[in-house]
Design a protein around this ligand. Structure first.
Ligand code: PEP
Ligand code: MG
Length: 325
């Protein structure tokens, strides 16, 4: 018994007018890669490695990291696997580190900031990623970068770890593609400068929405204000995609937003050609891609960008999606 959606598995995500859209999968645990592949994912666009640290009393060893990465690479074959360095802190707190409680954890010592403060932790992970880079098509991605200085510091760490490995004659890929998450407004606004220093970028809308609107995404008192279709958010996404396309740097969107079919036409219309979505959303998103033309999507995005309210954009998106089904 094969459902309508499952028939799409081996078909390309191509619009009616022949534009190819790429669909990648997001994972938190290695075994989820199998489900992504089963649903036709062309690669892993986001592997959230921080889950290696959660739910245990000790810290993962270099070997723990390496084994996990090799498992994903083995499942995905020669397809790209984007390993994001740990994004700990805020809602993903590693108890092992005994971190000080902060008043505003989302604005505090989290993610890449934590990595650059706890260097041995970061080095252990970088070593494992680099070692895994010779087993398949591995890419490395830094989360929550907020300044150019921070990106350069993280790149410096990567270069140092490469030197250590080279000295010990441990094989790794020196030209491993390097990317950043675009999830802090400071980076989205000045994206042209970052594009000169990375091989790819991925829009992390979960945090980008939170930081642009100053709305805590986990606070139920304000969750009604957390909205992907707010004009400021749409303009930022549009700007980032336009700049990346202009400079020929691959750009994907791996926040929750791309996993919801309501946003598919809008995102294509804003110029997005690479989606990274939850495993269970891959086929549904592909179905929408195959039911629309780029022209239709661009006309929709143009109207959305002219609107003043998130709810009006949502109503427009709903109306268009209903027409497709
Ligand atoms: C994001 O912020 O959109 C993202 C993908 O990162 P996470 O949800 O893991 O914070
Ligand atoms: Mg994030």
């Amino acid at each position: 018994f094969i459902t309508e959606l499952e028939k799409l598995r081996d078909l390309p995500a191509e619009t009616l007018d022949g534009t190819r859209i790429e669909i990648y999968g997001n994972i938190e645990f290695p075994h989820e890669a199998a489900l992504c592949l089963q649903n036709g994912a062309e690669g892993i666009g986001l592997y959230r490695t921080e889950f290696l640290y959660l739910g245990r009393n000790d810290l993962p060893s270099e070997e723990d990291h390496y084994q996990a990465y090799c498992e994903v690479v083995r499942i995905m074959g020669d397809r790209p696997v984007t390993i994001r360095t740990f994004d700990l802190g805020a809602d993903k707190v590693p108890l092992q580190l005994g971190l000080e409680k902060e008043a505003n954890p989302c604005l505090g010592l989290r993610s890449i900031r934590l990595a650059l403060r706890y260097l041995p932790l970061f080095q252990t992970q970088l070593r494992a990623i680099l070692r895994a880079s010779v087993c398949g098509n591995v890419q490395i991605m830094f989360p929550m970068i907020s300044t150019l200085a921070e990106l350069r510091q993280a790149k410096l760490m990567l270069a140092e770890v490469m030197e250590d490995l080279a000295e010990s004659r441990i094989p790794f890929r020196r030209d491993i593609p390097l990317g950043i998450m675009v999830e802090v407004p400071s980076v989205a606004v000045t994206i042209d400068r970052f594009l000169d220093e990375v091989d790819f970028i991925s829009l992390g809308t979960n945090d980008l929405i939170q930081y642009t609107l100053a709305v805590d995404r986990t606070n139920r008192n304000v969750v009604n204000m957390y909205n992907a279709t707010e004009p400021a958010v749409l303009r930022l996404i549009h700007h980032v995609i336009q700049e990346a396309s202009r400079k020929g740097v691959p750009v994907s969107l791996c926040g929750q937003m791309s996993s919801h079919p309501l946003h598919t036409m809008l995102l294509i219309g804003l110029g997005l050609r690479k989606f990274s979505v939850a495993a269970h959303s891959i086929l549904e998103i592909k179905k929408v891609c195959r039911s629309v033309t780029v022209q239709q999507c661009e006309a929709l995005a143009k109207r959305a960008l002219e609107m003043d309210h998130a709810r009006d954009v949502q109503a427009l998106l709903r109306e268009q999606l209903i027409k497709l089904i």
